[in-house]
Design a protein around this ligand. Sequence first.
Ligand SMILES: *Cc1c(COP(=O)(O)O)cnc(C)c1O
Length: 490
Amino acid sequence: MKYFSTRNFELRRSAAEAITEGIAPDGGLYLPEQFLPFPMEALAGMSQTEISVAVLSRLFDDFTEAELAEAVAASYDTAFENGDISPLSPVGDAYSMELWHGPTCAFKDVALSLLPRLLTMAAKKCGIADEICILTATSGDTGSAALSGFSGVPGTRIIVFYPDGGVSPAQKKQMVTCDGKNTAVCAVRGNFDDAQTGVKNIFATVTPAGNMRFSSANSINIGRLAPQIAYYFKSYRDLLNAGRISLGDPVNFVVPTGNFGDILAGYFAKQMGLPVGRLVCASNENNVLSDFFASGTYDRRRDFHLTSSPSMDILISSNLERLLCMLCGAEKTAEMMKSLKESGAYTLSEETRAALAKEFWAAWADDEETKAVIRRYYEKHHYLMDPHTAVGFAVYEKWLASDQANEAPTVILSTASPYKFSRTVLAALDLPASEDEFADMERLARETGTAIPAPLAAVARRPVVHTAICEVADMPAYVYGKTEEKEWAR
Ligand SMILES: *Cc1c(COP(=O)(O)O)cnc(C)c1O
């Protein structure tokens, strides 16, 4: 199976090449030429690992099933609490798919625990002997999950940029205390979009000094998206086995969205045969996506807001490009991306907008609504959720109240542990917070009778090892300098 660039159908790669490159040389993202059907009739009897392998082997056909099974087992067997990557909790009439029981307590662990293995296997298939240097911009959770995934993996290094002041104290602490010798972390004086644009720019302009090549751990890498498809199938299996649905019944998914990666994985699952009802795209005050779904115009020329759900503070949702390409083809996509770059906006044809509206529904929630949801669900259901998940629940309620709601069961993707955002959660519950994130975690545990996840409790005790900070314009020089160093000092 071949992958092609969203900006040029002629630019084709094998799966292994697409994973190693991360982003296409023309700036496009790699998309598989087809989606092979998942064996739905077997789903009810499949284990989580079997589901993951079945999904991955349909997308990455240059790996054998045995290779993929080994990678999946090595990545997941011990990394997730109770061995379940995505436990489903009934909350009111809906279901919360908790994707935060991994090493850094956010859903990005699911993909980033597996990506290092996919990437080193892919590089081997491509005959690449160079060291692979991962470059990543993060709005908080990608950075810590990627550092956790890549730390100590032979043949790889990783450089993470995060917006200075744009991540939570716990997220920052997770990153700057990562002591892997192959890791570097640098704050950027700018917001997430600045950092992400900076990284894209480095891919286009910097040649590493040593025997090294750059790759990406952002969700622009197809190796990041594929593992996320699996949990959509797994939640469907759980609903089947709980007798909540019969095979073929539709299920809706509400996805707290930033870069459009997680929700796109749901759309890919649908292309592979999962009976997905509606995909509900939930945004915070950076509501460029809900405006886009409503109007057909994507317009990033607006104020950027720092919200209580920082991992969704994004104005350029990179993965939307893949969806556009699937709907309108590469030529139109290239034009739209050019327009986005040059004028900050693009507009879909009315036909495409209407086609999108059948698959997706979108809305947004501000910080006040988000807080109110955290409080209400805690009081009513004794269910504690983080602000990203709360944006999902707030938008779920808006969807239920809209004329687009349907009767199918709905799964809301819960993307982070409430303990990763203790300060916000305490404030939502009208409890006093302190200046110390870890004292806040303890208070949250005391007040709610829930437990601090073990990985977060451990971070509090680790010393800071990364202190670098730079201007956006200096990111290329920082990276080039790092590639000149044979070994990174600690
Ligand atoms: C990254 C992230 C999101 C957004 O996911 P995308 O794939 O970027 O849309 C939502 N919630 C949390 C907690 C995240 O870390």
